[in-house]
Design a binder for this molecule. Structure first.
Ligand code: HEM
Length: 306
């Protein structure tokens, strides 16, 4: 009887260079993702240089970096679902980069806030302690820093795969805190905050429904479409109901009615529907691949997932 070969871990060379894969070879995919992640910062830098950030440029930059921090954080949570649904292990190569980019935008966000406070660190600290939404933002940032520091291969080895994965699960809590910070600082229009919260609901729902290590069935992905749309509508109606006293039912109805334009719940439904299409495409592709190729890809996936 022949024992099935246990694939050896990939060499660590080239990991430090963001456009190289784990074998140290140039990866156009990683380079493209890196450039895409840098675009918002470059765009913001250009707007600042051209004096096009409005009457309060620092404040505008704080808002933009905060928005990108939370968007990229969500993107980092989408990497695993995409790899599972598309059965494409190489997608995992960019997960660390995307996570670190979220941290970089969040750090820029804090730095700009410090600049806005005239670099008075005492004032910054007291504001963070006294203002609840800032305390929440700070806690989220501290969690992101912990994840960023321990994201290297050295830390994976030091902690061991299982403990490292357990630690990195705090990213879900960080997502919740970042969203609470986002919603609490929003003055009037919570549309974008609710849209982001709804997309986060989908990401969490996916994880609840996915069996360990693989994509959920298509009917489960289909279930996520109405569930996340309704969840988002409930969140928005609940927020207006509790925060401003606006009656719950009219907001809920408005959210699910296209007569009012597409509200966050419907956008989230459309996003969930697109993910169902991605899942269906992944299954169709899998059906066309010979079984040996599938096994090799599953082995490769185990290596790049940490
Ligand atoms: C020490 C940590 C943090 C501080 C001091 C901070 C501070 C701020 C401030 C001052 C604002 C604008 C509030 C206003 O204009 O009234 C803001 C908004 C925001 N922050 Fe933070 N924040 C922190 C951490 C984070 C983190 C970790 C994230 C996301 C991962 C984040 C995401 C956001 C978002 C999405 C907005 C709203 C942007 C918008 O609506 O345009 N913040 N934050």
């Amino acid at each position: 009887m022949t024992a099935r070969a246990i694939p050896s871990p990939p060499p660590a060379g080239g990991i430090g260079v963001p456009w190289r894969d784990r074998q140290g070879a140039f990866s156009p995919f990683k380079l493209a993702v890196l450039l895409a992640l840098m675009l918002p910062a470059l765009w913001l830098g250009w707007l600042a240089a051209e004096g096009m950030l409005g009457p309060r440029p620092l404040n505008e930059a704080i808002h933009q970096t905060g928005l990108w921090a939370v968007r990229i954080l969500l993107l980092s949570l989408l990497v695993t679902p995409l790899r599972q649904m598309l059965r494409q292990p190489r997608v995992m190569l960019v997960r660390r980069m995307v996570g670190v980019a979220a941290l970089a935008y969040a750090l820029a966000h804090l730095s700009l806030y410090i600049a806005d406070q005239g670099f008075d660190l005492g004032k910054v600290a007291s504001e963070i302690v006294l203002r609840f939404y800032l305390t929440i933002g700070f806690t989220a940032l501290a969690g992101l820093v912990a994840l960023g520091v321990t994201s290297t291969d050295g830390w994976v080895k030091r902690l061991g795969g299982r403990r490292w994965q357990a630690l990195h699960r705090i990213v879900y809590g960080i997502g919740v805190l970042a969203l609470v910070h986002f919603v609490l600082q929003t003055k009037l229009d919570v549309t974008e905050a609710m849209l982001t919260a709804g997309l986060f609901l989908w990401l969490m729902g996916y994880r609840l429904l996915a069996p360990k290590g693989s994509a959920p069935s298509l009917w489960r992905l289909a279930l996520l479409v109405p569930a996340t749309a309704l969840g988002t509508a409930l969140l928005e109606a609940g927020w207006y109901g509790l925060g401003t006293g606006v009656p719950f039912w009219p907001v809920l109805q408005a959210n699910l009615d296209i007569e009012f334009g597409l509200r966050p719940a419907l956008w989230v439904g459309i996003a969930a529907l697109s993910m169902l299409a991605v899942g269906a495409f992944g299954r169709w592709r899998q059906g066309r691949q010979p079984a040996r190729g599938r096994r090799a890809r599953a082995d490769q996936a185990r290596h790049v997932e940490l």
